[in-house]
Design a protein around this ligand. Sequence first.
Ligand code: ATP
Length: 300
Amino acid sequence: MLEVKNAKMMYGDLVAVDHLSFTIKPGDIFGLLGTNGAGKTTTFRMIMGLLDPTEGEVLYNGKKIGYHNVNEIGYMIEERSLLTKITVKELMLFFGQLKEMEPKVIMDRLDYWLKRFDIEDYKNKKIKELSKGNQQKIQFISAIINDPKLLVLDEPFSGLDPINMELFVEVIRDFQKQGSMVVFSSHQLDMVESFCEELVVLEKGKAVIEGRIDQIKKDFEKLNIKIVGDVDVEKLRSIPGVFKVIEHKNVIEAKIENESVASKVFEYIRTCKHITKYDVEQASLSEIFIAKVGRNHEEV
Ligand code: ATP
């Protein structure tokens, strides 16, 4: 179990992370989100024991985390800073041996992962000869080569095509199944929504949204209704509690304040003709983010 307890990190006078608390249990995939400069990297560094919090603590299985835990941790950093002049094999031997792995074990695992990521031919190629996506795969393999119990992934999906994204997701899910803890950051909120159950959104070092995604959505109250049919959009707009109506190509979307408004909208829709769809949906994570963090940050 990983426990971040009331952690605060200051760089001089700047509060980079402000009294942050969360817990990650074995088998959890945990999202750490936030706008640029919100404090994600600082939090990752505290989680890995590379930075000591100014206040509070980070505990790994009940004990203060530190460099001594390195063999159980895998880390993929945002800057794709691989040692580019050496080969894939040399790079893995370097990373694996830093984690006290036997060369034979490193090579066996490397063969397995290169096959799984469909890049078997690259073992003896220099990193700089690989495409960006394949370098990213190599960086991911370097994070998982030690079979980590705690996997920290800073923007693992950025720049990946949908097929490779799916491949990464499958592998991360396998680590989840074997009881590893996974913490990751991403700017793709749709992805986050489908991928993890629990998250923290940081803004200027403070948690502005936190907890289980289903609960966050429930607490948010605002809902979306998707309608297909002959609807008078102005009439829909005039219903109290409907605060926005968007006309998409084939669907009309009404945004409502809370569940009680849905029945008023339904009463009106019953009087309309050719209704083929009426779906009440929870707000998306992206909508909740914009509502809580502000419209200046549509991307996190
Ligand atoms: P991004 O998404 O842009 O990578 P982030 O959420 O990872 O951002 P951090 O890198 O943790 O954010 O930075 C949080 C704040 O701390 C920022 O204001 C940043 O300028 C500041 N900061 C980060 N590292 C240092 C440092 N070594 N010394 C001083 N200030 C720092």
